[in-house]
Design a protein around this ligand. Sequence first.
Ligand code: NAD
Ligand code: ZN
Length: 349
Amino acid sequence: MKTVHVATGKPYDIFIERGMIGSCADYVKKLTSARRVTVISDSNVAPLYLEKVTAPLKSAGFGVNAFVFEAGEKQKHLGTISDIYRSLADFGMTRKDIIIALGGGVCGDMAGFAAATYLRGIDFIQIPTSLLSQVDSSVGGKTGVDLPQGKNLVGAFHQPVAVLIDPDTLKTLPGEFLTDGMGEVIKYGCIKDAEFFSFLENNDALKSIDSVIETCVKIKRDVVSRDEREKGERMLLNFGHTLGHSIEKLSGFSGITHGMAVAVGMVMIARAGEKNGVTEPGTAERIIRLCEKYGLPTKTDFGFAEIAAAARGDKKSAGNGINLVLLEKIGESFTEKIGFEKLEAFITS
Ligand SMILES: NC(=O)c1ccc[n+]([C@@H]2O[C@H](COP(=O)([O-])OP(=O)(O)OC[C@H]3O[C@@H](n4cnc5c(N)ncnc54)[C@H](O)[C@@H]3O)[C@@H](O)[C@H]2O)c1
Ligand SMILES: [Zn+2]
């Protein structure tokens, strides 16, 4: 078992072990005084894993309730949260009881938000089952839902009491979502860890996925524990995301997944960095080759002008500009505020 300790305001551990999904009752017992557990999952994950989580909980004497929503980002809204609250209240969940998020990032974000707000906050455990949620969304305490006006516009910071990562669950994850998660994996190498980037270049990440997950989780842990509420360093995690979000937005959030858009965004911004003399030459080329190796796209048909224009509405925008994450070279990143009027020229240059 690999254990990664997270020293946020409320510290917790991330455990990584194959098969551990069946042992979550032990963690609920050890870490909480809960008597009731509500497991929140989606319609793809529940048929595969819900029973594996609920059966041991029932055997251990917990009252167990399950809430299953239709899989997909479309369900990540306040209506679903409201249904979750009803389920929690009907089941008599008290402040001592606990929520378990069993699924990908959509499930974790919603279950976490429900936990952050129900009775002004109850405990929750993350059991992330997609690669993206294992390397990214289950760590760091950001929870929330989308509004019609944009993604993740409502939310709260709420740290879980534990994160249980069972890499065996990836065996059932559809290939496109594995690829999607690899976009974030490559991002970590780009911003913080040149050695890890080389490892991804020279090995098959999917063959050593346990240690890949551990490395990513540690990088995210280090960043968020230094900057829990995104005042500075945490912004580095948005490398490739500003332009990536624009591309997602221009595609109407369909046809291109988040990880794919981030891959294109990383390539564009690395190239722009090179042309503007802040990024070591050859960096974009290495990112392109690595993204291609893992099946991620590296270019888009959208033009620079429309991509720059779409970035204006970005949640991460700061006043009349935006905090761009740039690379000095592979493994070293920094942020720079740039005015919207200069963004197009910067990426076109
Ligand atoms: N909180 C954060 O810090 C943070 C960070 C990054 C992303 N996010 C959020 O995460 C979400 C994306 O997460 P995601 O990519 O995991 O999406 P997701 O939860 O929709 O999961 C992707 C798909 O895989 C299916 N799935 C998940 N695990 C499976 C398994 N083991 N076997 C078979 N199918 C499985 C799901 O049902 C879904 O269809 C977005 O809403 C994004 O905003 C949050
Ligand atoms: Zn992302």
